[in-house]
Write a protein that binds this ligand. Structure first.
Ligand code: IMP
Ligand code: MG
Length: 183
């Protein structure tokens, strides 16, 4: 969807304006894929994609990884509408054994960090050799923790965004570019 890059889009009751173009996103995702391929080529990592939001980012990123890799999925929910609820619901749990594995978690966006924090606690109990974090977007101003995020696509202001997998109440995920809540 969204062939006209300059248009305002409506999702539910809200209006959004263009923020990151599809080409800009894809160039950056490709650079991230190259970096991850270089860092992990000899490590046989397992990628954990955090659904729903990361599904499009992960699809593009993982196709830039130039070695065979295992990919698995979890489905977490902590957001309702425009706000983080602070509660983490696991709607689909981890099926793979990650003990002694190098794990790479793929997120769409890190905002307050609450989702990540709770999930990292769960993962570390499963005794992986290492965990690294990849996020397409990072709202640095909203982040409440001191994790280092290993691979960040774009650091963005604390404004709500949709598109390229990200949603507002499940709308907007299929927009090719990223849009920001209109001020
Ligand atoms: P956190 O727990 O506050 O870091 O929020 C993380 C999750 O909330 C992300 O994985 C997204 O699913 C969702 N989220 C946070 N900010 C946005 C946004 O601007 N647009 C859409 N979803 C968001
Ligand atoms: Mg998410």
């Amino acid at each position: 969807m969204d062939s006209d890059k300059n248009k305002i889009v409506k999702a539910g009751d809200l209006f959004f304006e263009p923020y990151l173009d599809r080409e800009v996103i894809l160039d950056r995702v490709s650079e991230m894929g190259v970096a991850i391929s270089k860092d992990y080529v000899d490590k046989d990592p397992i990628f954990i994609v955090v659904l729903n939001g990361a599904f499009i980012f992960a699809a593009d990123l993982l196709r830039q990884v130039n070695f065979h890799c295992e990919t698995t999925f979890v489905k977490l929910k902590s957001y309702d509408g425009l706000a983080s609820t602070g509660n983490l619901e696991t709607l689909l749990g981890l099926e793979s054994n990650i003990e002694n594995r190098d794990v790479v978690v793929i997120e769409d966006i890190i905002d307050t960090g609450n989702t990540l924090h709770r999930f990292m606690q769960e993962l570390s109990q499963l005794k992986p050799s290492s965990i690294s974090l990849v996020s397409l977007l990072f709202k640095e101003e909203a982040f409440n923790y001191d994790y280092s995020i290993d691979y960040i696509g774009f650091t963005i202001p604390d404004r709500f965004v949709i598109g390229y997998g990200l949603d507002y109440n499940d709308l907007g995920r299929n927009l090719q570019s990223i849009y920001q809540l209109k001020s």
